[in-house]
Structure formats: C-alpha cells, structure tokens
Design a protein around this ligand. Structure first.
Ligand code: SIN
Length: 569
C-alpha cells in the first residue's frame, strides 16, 4: 500500500499498518444500526467485518431505556407519527426522510422481532405494549424489559450476528468481529473511492496494533459524541470518532449545533462528570411530573403537552425555573406509582436511583438536563451514502434529515433500523468493482492532543455550548478550543513533536475536531431553534435560518462552513 491518501490528505498520526485483512464491507460500530447492516449484508452474501471500540454490547444502544417509536397501535398511522416528528424537528426535517422512517418503520420493527427481540406484551392478548414520550400525541413507544429496551435489542442482534459469524454454506456471507479496536481513518484508492479503514486493535494477538481492513464499502455506525460535554447520558466510548473520521475523509457533516439535552438525568451534583444515569421520558409518559424546589408543577402553562412536550421545550422549562429559583436541579415526582409499578415497569431506573441514594418510591428524584443525542452528523442521502463514494453513515453518527433541529423521542432506534436496511440494500444491489489498491497517506497532518485535553474540552463545551448559548459564550469556547488546537499544531510544525499516538490521544483529537465544528456552527446560527438555544437570539428566524449548516474540513485544515436549504442532497 502506498500513495496519496484521503480527499483532504488529513489523517491521525499513527504507525503504518502492520497487518491487513480483506472483507467486502466494514461496519464500524455494534449498536442497532451497525449490527442490522451487518446482518442484512451477510444474508445477501457479503463478507462483513464488524469493528467495535469495546465489546460488542458496549455502545449506546444498550443504554436506550424508553423504547422504539413506530405506528403499531390501533388508530395510529405513519402520518400521525410523521406529523409529530416534523413538529419536534422545528422546520428542519427532510420530509422525505421522515416519510421513509415512519412508513418503513413498522415493518422494520416486525423484522427485528423476527430476529429475536422480545418486546413487552399484554398478558393474555400478546399485543405489544406501547407507552408515550415527549412530543408524541399517541402511545407509540414499544419497550422491552420495562425500561431496558436497548439492552434487549442489543442482545437479540448480538445473538443473531454471532450465529451468522459461523462460516456459512456456499453463497452466504459471514460476519467477523474485531472488538477493542478504534478505527482511525478511511482508506481510499487512487481514484478517491473507499477502499477500507485503518484501525488500532488493543490487546495481544495476531492482529494487534495498527492494521488495515480492505473493503469496497465502509459503514460508520459509531454512535454519538456526548463525551464532548462534561456530563452526558452517553457511554465513555461516544467520542465523535465517526464524525471526525468522516471530516478527515473529506465528507460533509451537517446540523452539529443541534445537541439534544435530555431534560431528566439523575442529578449527582454540580461537578458530576462522564456518563450520568438517565431517567427515561417514559417515566413521565406513565404519569410522573416535574416539580420545582417548592414542590410546584411548572410545565403545565408552558405547552399543551406539559411534561410531555418535545424534549427541547421541557429542557428549557427546567433551565428557566432553575434560574428563577437559583437551584441546580428540579425534581421528578413518581411516588404515586407505588413500589410494584417502579419494580416492574422501571427496574433499571429504580436500581440506578437507589444505588445513588434516592428512592423514587418514597422520594422525588433530583433531575437536570445533560447532553444526550446528536441530531446532526455525517450528511447522507436517503440510502445512507455520504459525499465520499463507498462511505456510508447510519444511526446517531449520521444526519439523514429525519431529526431536523430536535430528534423526536425514541425515533433513533427506529432510524438505525430503517436506514441500516436501506444501506444494506444499496451495498448489495450494486456489484461495485473492487476498489484499487488503498493508498496510505503520508504521516502527519492533524496534531494529536494529550489525554488531559479531553477534560479541558469538556469543560469548555459545557461552559460555552451547553443548553444555554450566546454569541459571547460561543466565541469564548471557540477561542479556547482554537488555543488548544493551535498550541499542538505549532509544536508539531516547530519541533515535529506531537502527543504519543494511543487511544486516549486519538480520542482527545477526535473530540477536539467535533467540538470545533459544533461551536463554529452554533456561533453561525444566529437564532433559537429546536435544541439550539441562543440567549442573545431568542426567536426562531425562518426567513434567514430555515437552512442547514454544512461543514467540511479543507486540505488546509480549516473548517469550511456553508448553508443549504432544508432538503438533503
Ligand atoms: C428516554 O428513554 O427518555 C430516552 C429515549 C430517547 O432518547 O429516545
């Protein structure tokens, strides 16, 4: 392997690959999106390699509590689901993407059930039980294990891929896994087509250290970037690796300013950092309500759906009341559920609260907003294709256009399923010629940041680009982020020195890149819309801003920001 590298020519500092293997498709990530692509591609005869950063079940999917939204209930229709999704998206959804989501969703859920996922059903009738969440005008959320929906979906898909991992009869594909592996960069051939990935495998064995998987298609299903903030519901692995890789590969990303802050995350103190316990919106869907420091409900006069208003409205309502009262959190009251309902319907949340010293059966739960979901990501068309040939994105890492400025609750597992099937359909429908020999870029480009900068970046982002933003706070965040980046870049330029390449420094560098893009977009969007709340621009401005902010990295290592109308490409 030799040659010129990715479209931008920018890669992470890493050793040259010391080993390689061949596949047809590389799937990066093992949540609902990644495993569904893998299963469908393997069933069509493709050789699939799934690369995952930790263990197969360590991604965001398994933490999903509330459930998966689909028009499965009596009287519900895809059109009603579409209407709720568009309202939550605050004018920036791609209507065709949403139509696909809601019309293809119910059958995709049935296929997931056929794959082995067991949803909660009514005793006697066996009908799927449906609950409500914010922004839904109907009971539409299927759940499993009470509040352990993601864990059940993850279990079912992992069982299925493990079964498919055994080499199949002739003509069938197979799935191979590489766990504990951080994907570094995209490989392209001399014509700029996707040719695989470079990756670093932790541990010892035949394939440890930096290697390469050659393939005609790469599917990014790496999840989110919640770790860019100090407190988040996302696991530690959610460091924006997929978005950063796509940027370095020359792909466009869009809507990164729309970070959804979940309104009800268990409050563990003002300095709590890292992954925080979620208190699902389904708890409010079943009748729990928010109260302030005086025990007074405050959402009823803010929206017709009160506590079940779209998530951005509830998060803002909480923040406003916290400010008025000078408190650090509000409370969720579900004491009226009684012990039996808590134990049967919300066992995970009950256990998390109790292990943190709060008993929801007898006490109100202290809650505050925390970073939860990236509504934007790598820009794709309706088949999950990015702007780089052969590179796909699916799930939270992608921006398909279904979420607009604010994702509707429980639409994300559905998006992962529906668009995974579309991606697999696209890959298997086209007998692409094998890419040419991958070209390995010259070493250098972006400086690596030290491990400690991860925490510095998180603090900068929490201070400047959190639930409440302003031109001042964002400008300060941009300045602080550039200072960290420039310092490392200057050192590299001057002394040829950069931080030691390892998982921690690659992650810190990825976080730095996505943070800089997020802040650049948030600064540029001079309005308040969906989950982007600018205190200095409190109104939605459709005339100027019913547009997407699209960002790409230039070969000169600067960020090019441009706007498009609401349609995807
Ligand atoms: C929740 O259970 O509240 C989270 C569900 C989601 O983010 O879609």
């Amino acid at each position: 392997m030799s040659g010129t590298g990715t479209a931008t020519g920018i890669t992470l500092h890493a050793a040259a690959p010391g080993w390689s293997l061949d596949a047809d498709v590389v799937v990066v990530g093992s949540g609902v999106a990644g495993l569904t692509v893998a299963l469908r591609c393997a069933a069509a005869g493709e050789r699939v390699t799934v690369v995952t950063k930790a263990r197969l079940d360590d991604g965001s999917t398994r933490w999903a509590q509330g459930g998966i939204a689909a028009a499965l209930g009596e009287g519900d229709t895809p059109e009603q689901h579409q209407a709720d999704t568009l309202v939550a998206g605050a004018g920036l959804c791609d209507e065709e993407a949403v139509r696909i989501l809601v019309t293809e969703g119910p059958d995709a859920v049935r296929r997931l059930i056929a794959t082995g996922a067991q949803f909660d059903t009514a005793p006697g009738t066996g009908e799927i039980l449906l609950t409500r969440e914010g922004g839904h005008h109907r009971r539409r959320i299927a759940h499993a294990g009470g509040d352990a929906t993601g864990a059940e979906i993850s279990r079912a898909l992992i069982d299925a891929v493990r079964a498919a991992g055994v080499p199949h009869a002739e003509g069938q594909g197979r799935i191979e896994f590489i766990e504990n592996a951080l994907v570094l960069d995209l490989l392209t051939d001399a014509a700029g087509r996707t040719a695989g990935v470079t990756l670093h495998v932790m541990g010892e064995g035949q394939r440890d250290g930096v290697g390469a998987v050659r393939a005609k298609a790469v599917v990014l299903a790496t999840g989110g970037m919640g770790q860019v903030f100090s407190a988040t519901t996302n696991p530690a692995v959610s460091t924006g690796d997929g978005v950063a890789l796509a940027l370095r590969a020359g792909a466009e990303v869009s809507d990164l300013e729309f970070v959804q802050f979940h309104p009800t995350v268990l409050f563990l103190g003002p300095d709590a950092e890292g992954q925080q316990p979620l208190v699902s919106e389904a708890v409010r869907g079943e009748g729990a309500y928010l109260v302030d420091a005086n025990g007074v409900r405050f959402m009823q006069d803010q929206h017709e759906l009160a506590e079940l208003a779209p998530r951005d409205i509830v998060a803002k309502g909480i923040m406003r009341r916290m400010r008025e009262q000078g408190t650090e959190h509000m409370y969720l009251d579900g004491r009226h559920f009684g012990a039996e309902k808590w134990e049967n319907r919300f066992p995970t949340i009950l256990a998390a609260c109790r292990s943190n010293g709060v008993d929801p059966v007898t006490e109100t739960i202290p809650v505050a907003p925390a970073a939860h979901y990236a509504s934007g990501g790598v820009r794709t068309d309706l088949r999950g294709r990015t702007t780089v040939p052969g590179l796909y994105a699916c799930g939270e890492v992608a921006c398909t256009g279904v979420h607009g400025a604010n994702r509707l609750a429980s639409n994300s597992l559905l998006e992962g399923l529906v668009f995974a099937e579309r991606i697999a359909g696209d890959i298997t429908a086209h007998a692409e010629a094998a890419p040419g020999e991958p070209v390995i870029p010259d070493p250098s480009r972006l400086p690596l940041l030290s491990y400690e900068t991860r925490y510095e970046i998180q603090r900068i982002m929490t201070r400047g680009a959190g639930v409440l933003r302003s031109a001042d706070s964002l400008t300060q965040a941009a300045t602080d982020l550039e200072r960290i980046h420039d310092h490392a870049a200057e050192e590299l330029e001057r002394d040829g020195k950069t931080a030691e390449p390892c998982v921690e420094t690659w992650e810190a560098s990825n976080l730095s890149l996505v943070a800089r893009v997020l802040v650049a977009a948030a600064l540029r969007r001079e309005e308040t819309r969906g989950c982007h709340w600018r205190e200095d621009r409190p109104d939605r401005d459709d005339a100027a801003w019913r547009r997407h902010l699209v960002v790409r990295l230039t070969p000169e290592r600067t960020l090019a920001v441009h706007t498009t109308e609401t349609e995807q490409f």
